[in-house]
Design a protein around this ligand. Structure first.
Ligand code: ADP
Length: 622
């Protein structure tokens, strides 16, 4: 069923081409007939009239066929005319032909076909031009009409079942999600089994997970496994400038789907239309609400016989309107988490399946380094590695390309062309050394993985910490060490160049540190005075919502939050200062090594920093 539509489209195109061809063939044919009639081809030899008259008087010509002023001449030894001449006056005898010459003179009344054709042409051609012009205009107008009519049509893409079929086996990891969705496959395949027992088949399943975790792939795999058509549309595609368009698109999509049942409708980014309905100010808002209402109406309208299941994806389930999540709508939820180490390895294997690699490539090691990466990130890394290898004219991908691809995806490409003067280079070296030493010395920080003063992405240099294993939770000590090491760069600059020697190089560190500190206080209940309290603010709403909604805490609490955040940052700065002062000589050593080598790996950093000490005052616990 699914491949029908494209076929129909194909047929339409062929018949269009045929009609177009036929139209021009007729035009050319008519033109040729006109031409042939008006300018008849003649292969007769032109001869002078005086010559004709002389030869006729001599008896050398059998017949003269006269039509108007044209004379066709048949010489004595010929059976049909071979020559042609033109007479000037009305009678051939006046031109000198003897009355008794032995020649047959045949006078044919002048033809009016040419003239008629001319007259006809003068009448028909303009009419023809006008008709063609109108046909052209009509078609144009019809096209526009179609466009206008199609405005309310959904732009859902229908995927065929054979060519682009995705199966669960194409998706690495995500075992829990696959298990949950297997049930949906069963509903689609054997609806009767459930109906016989009086069970209602669910109408909507919400796939919740970070971007790139494979939600779209999973939805397609459900369709692939069940062998049903798959309509895919993004939430944002419903909404246009005009109110009502979204709703009509929803109607269109559901009616298409019902015709193709059993089938899957996949709405990506449902939060684009399914956010909590709020103040109702602003046109876009109304449009969103109407679209959302229409989705609800359509889902409620499914009767027991309609075997259409709507899968919707979002990474912000918390901002969705509760009406969407009520029983009978999106009442099932499948959570898709970021892949764990073994899943990351499996995903990498899937994406390296068709890429030749040499023996230096260790996907398990890469999987270990890529905690927090989504499936899409890993797919991107695999692709980058192949691109880098191809650019280096290699036949196989090696570990070098893999490492570069990983770093590129994680922090952006190296910018070797960015020119830094010697002072900036030195400052960067001290800055990064500051981060590295604080991170290295503090007990609850992840180890340093790499330090570089080659600009990458938007930064001057990078100090990179990687957890030795996947972690699900972060404790207060770990957060505080992250804050301290983030401040390490600025503090190192301060130690070396004085209080006024600090630069903008630490801007992003400070921003990140403040974000983490706020998150600790507001979302994680990790403040000192505000311990175990959470002040969650939904920041997903539109501007009008934000303006009209009250903060869920008092002004005093807001002040306390600010104070808590400031305290955390001050403490982090203090600890970073203690660590760097205690290990001042190592700061010079590491900065020097960085200036020389530009990039230092984990083992090299460990070697240089052997002998660093954790000052007692910087300790948070025993
Ligand atoms: P989402 O819809 O969650 O944003 P997609 O389904 O579009 O993510 O995934 C993007 C790409 O990431 C896929 O095309 C695929 O190449 C890759 N990918 C994500 N997860 C997996 C997985 N578990 N196994 C294999 N590839 C994956």
């Amino acid at each position: 069923m699914a491949v029908k539509m494209p076929q129909r489209n194909g047929k339409n195109r062929i018949s269009q081409i045929l009609r177009f061809g036929l139209f021009w063939a007729i035009i050319i044919f008519v033109a040729l007939i006109f031409y042939a009639t008006l300018f008849p081809a003649s292969n007769l030899k032109d001869v002078a009239l005086s010559d004709v008259v002389r030869r006729a008087n001599d008896g050398k010509i059998a017949q003269l066929e006269i039509q108007g002023n044209d004379i066709k001449i048949t010489p004595k030894d010929q059976s049909k005319p071979t020559e042609h001449s033109v007479k000037e006056s009305s009678s051939i005898y006046e031109q000198g032909l003897n009355k008794d010459a032995k020649v047959e003179v045949k006078v044919i009344p002048p033809s009016t076909t040419g003239e008629t054709m001319w007259n006809l042409a003068v009448m028909v051609v303009p009419v023809l031009i006008i008709v063609v012009f109108f046909m052209f205009m009509m078609r144009q107008a019809q096209g526009q009409n179609n466009q206008a009519m199609g405005f309310g049509k959904s732009k859902a893409r229908l995927y065929g079942q054979d060519k682009e079929k995705v199966l669960f086996t194409d998706i690495a990891g995500n075992d829990n999600a696959k298990q949950d969705l297997q049930e949906v496959v069963d509903f689609l395949k054997h609806p009767k089994k459930y109906k016989d027992l009086g069970a209602k088949i669910p109408k909507g399943v919400l796939l919740v997970g970070n971007p790139g975790t494979g939600k779209t792939m999973l939805a397609r795999a459900v369709a692939g496994e069940a062998g049903v058509p798959f309509f895919s549309i993004s939430g944002s595609e419903f909404v246009e400038m005009f109110v009502g368009v979204g709703a009509s698109r929803v109607r269109d999509l559901f009616s298409k789907a019902k015709k193709n049942a059993p089938c899957i409708i996949f709405i990506d980014e449902i939060d684009a239309v399914g956010r909590k309905r709020g103040s109702g100010m602003g046109g876009g808002h109304d449009e969103r609400e109407q679209t959302l209402n229409q989705i609800l109406v359509e889902m409620d309208g499914f009767d027991g016989e309609t075997n259409v299941i709507v899968l919707a994806a979002t990474n912000r389930a918390d901002v969705l309107d509760p009406a969407l999540l009520r029983p009978g709508r999106f009442d099932r939820r499948v959570t898709i988490t970021l892949p764990e180490r073994k899943d990351r390895e499996a995903i990498l294997k899937v994406h390296f399946k068709k890429k030749p690699t040499d023996e230096t490539v260790d996907l398990d090691k890469l999987a270990a380094k890529t905690a927090g990466s989504s499936g899409a990130d890993l797919a991107n890394m695999a692709n980058e590695a192949a691109i880098i290898a191809a650019r280096r004219n290699k036949k196989k991908i090696s570990n070098d390309e893999l490492t570069e691809a990983f770093e590129r995806v994680a922090i952006g490409p190296e910018r070797k062309t960015k020119i830094m003067n010697d002072h900036e280079k030195e400052l960067t070296a001290y800055h990064e050394a500051g981060h590295a030493i604080v991170g290295h010395v503090l007990p609850d920080s992840d180890p340093v993985h790499k330090v570089t003063i080659i600009p990458r992405g938007g930064t001057g240099g990078v100090t990179w910490f990687l957890p030795p294993e996947d972690k699900s939770y972060t404790n207060v000590y770990e957060f505080k060490d992250i804050l301290a090491r983030a401040m390490g760069g600025r503090i190192a600059e301060q130690l070396i160049y004085g209080d006024d020697g600090i630069t903008t190089g630490a801007g992003s560190d400070l921003r990140k540190a403040t974000e983490i500190a706020r998150d600790m206080v507001i979302e994680q209940g990790m403040g000192k005075g505000l311990r175990d309290q959470v002040f969650h603010e939904d920041n997903g709403g539109l501007m009008f919502d934000k303006m009209t909604r009250e903060r869920p805490y008092s002004d005093e609490t807001a002040k306390m939050i600010d104070e808590e955040v400031a305290q955390l940052i001050t403490e982090a700065k203090h600890r970073a200062m203690l660590v760097l002062k205690e290990n001042r000589s190592f700061l010079d050593k590491l900065a020097e090594a960085l200036l020389k080598e530009e990039t230092l790996e984990e083992s090299e950093v460990d070697e240089i920093l052997k002998g660093t000490k954790l000052p007692k005052e910087a300790k948070l616990h025993s």
